[in-house]
Design a protein around this ligand. Structure first.
Ligand code: ADP
Ligand code: MG
Length: 669
């Protein structure tokens, strides 16, 4: 229900405050869970510390006297507690003078030493009524805890009889869950910590159940699990081609490639995810599996998130697959019409064996003669629908997803039920890790000498900005301005710039110039995030680093560790918040992609790494995808059961409510 609803009697000011906390309706408010609980309990006087908050029950043993000084009043009286006389002062409560002698009261205040207490509150309720658990909510400046508490109370009181249960009866009984209404009561108005535990268990179950139902509903399984014509692959030809590489494959690369080829030879369509950190060599694996597919007489398609990456793939595939009978081409939307038409025609006639491309590959005008294999690189960048659209251009195609952002195993299985996972953990021999330094200002002058030394050694530098143009609202360093500034600073070295608003030809010529070291410093947006492979570029400065996700920064710095020289990455930020510092320090401390994506998952939710953000899969508030493995297992099974028997009466309401949320989120996006 809308917060403006008359039954809540919320003032405009209150509504504005709640909206600042991203609370827009009654559901948001009820699921605005406390982040911790304060418990009040009394300790013996001997343990009291000066300036510490204390709560105790005591007997009034003197008449209270009030002193006035203008509008200011202080009231003093004495009480007996644990056979000790305590002197109590309370400010601006003149009515305390009416306290009856020998009455029992409960006081909360600050211990001032010397048996003196400055009371903040007192009342006549016994102590055990105070030993309650108080929820503490996260808030923003100017919004008080009690405003949040009071708002939740109002909404709860108005709606408590209308809060329906979405979790099916069957599960409520099986796991001894609370009713939703009761769970809300116990989490927002708990009487004990036990209450909050029960409530969290129920709410977390529901949250995971919804999450996995949404995942189930999104599952890309059309045409899967069916029979396919096994591919006939001459493995010796693949091996011979691999032996021409200037390096030998790592064991994980070999294992992954073997697994893929076995899948291709089987009569079930392949569904496999290859995950491995930036630079582990996924492209090589993709290249030779596509070559294997070519040998079996089928076409393959390689989907890449950006034009730059698509072109890069074209170049590296051509350099690795030295077979004059294979035809490899690239397709992207900015291409000129004539070229595009030609490629579309040749692809349809079966004249192209490997077609690499961006989203342009998914368009309706792309037809293949005999598509047998689809690879999606950086798969989390594509929506479920996009990946599927490409897959369906062939019949029972084999399908490979590649990602540098590792997905927890428990989740991989829910993206696609029969998905197999290969992990490339070993890095190519001798591969170094870049050194990362956090600089707490948005300038690199403190390390200018180091930057100059790197250039002096003949290495090249990336400078990454969060914006293209100057923008009042966004207040970040922008490519245009930095291009001008750095051109002066580094004169006579050549500075170039790169961003998504440039034409495809302009981009290409800048990239070529950078690859040839005609440009030494490249000022760019994150368009270089994936793919750019310039071995000599070993330095990277990232302005406004706090604006990027950790996995994204990790990918970015992957650009500067393509060769043997140790890369150097400087993260700049003038954001003073401790959270930001802690978050960016993760990158300083580790180069392990798994750890980094764990942090991203914790801080930003699963949508970013699963590619499900656009598909309306809800983010998790209480659940943790790495830690709650037991509950995840249970919820995954239950969600599957519910979706499989979706017309069972008991299951309809949760499915409908998940679908409704999806529809809403699609609308908001
Ligand atoms: P990513 O997994 O990030 O996509 P790439 O496939 O782009 O990584 O590989 C990164 C770099 O490592 C490329 O320059 C590639 O040629 C090189 N490379 C890949 N495999 C090996 C290997 N086994 N030994 C040495 N270099 C390799
Ligand atoms: Mg890659």
């Amino acid at each position: 229900m809308d917060l403006h609803d008359k039954s809540f009697h919320f003032s405009a000011k209150r509504i504005e405050a709640l909206q600042r906390l991203h609370i827009y309706d009654s559901d948001d408010l009820l699921s605005y869970y406390p982040y911790r609980f304060d418990t009040i309990s009394s300790s013996p006087i001997s343990e009291w510390k000066i300036k510490e908050k204390v709560t105790f029950e005591a007997e009034v043993i003197s008449r209270a006297i009030t002193f006035r000084n203008g509008r200011f009043a202080s009231t003093k009286f004495e009480v007996m507690h644990e056979d000790t006389v305590l002197k109590i002062t309370i400010f601006n409560r003149p009515w305390a003078s009416k306290l009856a002698m020998n009455s029992m009261i409960t006081i909360t205040g600050i211990y001032m030493g010397n048996h003196k207490v400055t009371a903040m509150n007192y009342d006549t309720k016994p102590l055990h009524d105070h030993e309650a658990v108080t929820p503490v909510y996260s808030t923003k400046e100017g919004i008080q805890q009690r405003t949040i508490r009071a708002s939740i109370k109002t909404v709860y009181e108005v709606l408590q009889n209308e809060i329906t249960d979405y979790v099916p009866e069957e599960m409520i009984r099986k796991y001894h869950l609370l009713r939703r209404s009761e769970a809300y009561r116990k989490i927002h108005f708990p009487e004990s910590l036990e209450d909050t535990k029960q409530a969290f268990r129920t709410l977390k179950y529901e949250e995971f159940l919804r999450f996995f139902i949404a995942m189930e509903l999104n599952k890309d399984e059309e045409g899967l699990l069916s029979y396919k014509q096994p591919k006939n692959i001459d493995i010796t030809k693949v091996k011979t081609m691999i032996s021409c590489l200037p390096f030998s494959l790592t064991k994980d690369q070999v294992d992954t490639l073997n697994a893929i080829i076995n899948d291709m030879r089987s009569n079930v369509p392949m569904y496999r995810l290859v995950q491995g950190d930036v630079g582990c060599g996924k492209t090589v694996v993709a290249a030779f599996s596509m070559y294997a597919c070519f040998l079996s007489g089928y076409q393959s398609a390689l989907l890449a998130p950006t034009e730059i990456l698509a072109k890069q793939h074209l170049a590296s595939l051509k350099s690795m697959i030295k077979d004059s009978s294979i035809s490899i081409e690239v397709l992207y939307s900015a291409m000129n019409t004539k070229e595009k038409k030609d490629i579309l025609r040749r692809c349809e006639e079966g004249d192209i064996d490997i077609l690499i491309g961006t989203h342009a590959l998914i368009q309706d005008d792309v037809h293949f003669k005999k598509l047998g294999y689809v690879v999606a690189d950086e798969q989390q960048r594509f929506g479920v629908e996009q990946r599927k659209a490409l897959r369906l251009k062939g019949e029972n195609t084999d399908f490979l997803l590649m990602s540098a952002t590792p997905i927890p195993r428990t989740l991989a299985a829910s993206l696609f039920s029969d998905m197999k996972v290969s992990t490339i953990e070993t890095m190519p021999a001798g591969r170094k890790q870049p050194v990362t330094q956090l600089i707490l200002e948005n300038s690199f002058r403190s390390v200018l000498d180091e930057v100059n030394a790197l250039l002096e050694e003949g290495h090249q530098l990336y400078v990454i900005c969060a914006a293209v143009d100057e923008n009042e609202a966004f207040k970040a360093r922008d490519v245009n301005k930095m291009y001008v500034n750095l051109s002066k600073l580094f004169y006579p070295r050549k500075v170039g710039m790169l961003h998504g608003q440039m034409s495809s030809d302009e981009k290409q010529s800048v990239m070529d110039a950078f690859a040839k070291n005609e440009i030494q410093i490249l000022v760019s947006t994150t368009v270089v995030e994936v793919g750019m492979n310039v071995v000599n570029a070993t330095g990277m400065i990232i302005y406004d680093a706090d604006r990027f996700g950790l996995s994204q920064l990790h990918q970015l710095r992957g650009r500067i560790q393509r060769g043997n020289a140790v890369g150097k990455c400087w993260l700049l930020t003038d954001n003073k918040s401790e959270d930001v510092k802690e978050r960016l320090n993760v990158l300083v401390k580790t180069t392990n992609g798994f750890e980094i994506s764990y942090e991203d998952l914790r801080l930003r939710g699963p949508g970013d790494i699963l590619g499900t953000r656009q598909s309306g899969v809800p983010d998790l508030i209480l659940g943790n995808l790495y830690e709650d493995t037991k509950m995840i297992e249970v919820c995954r099974k239950d969600a599957k059961l519910i979706v499989e028997h979706c017309d069972q009466t008991d299951y309809i309401s949760i499915i409908e409510s998940v679908k409704q949320r999806r529809a809403q989120s699609a609308y908001i996006d």
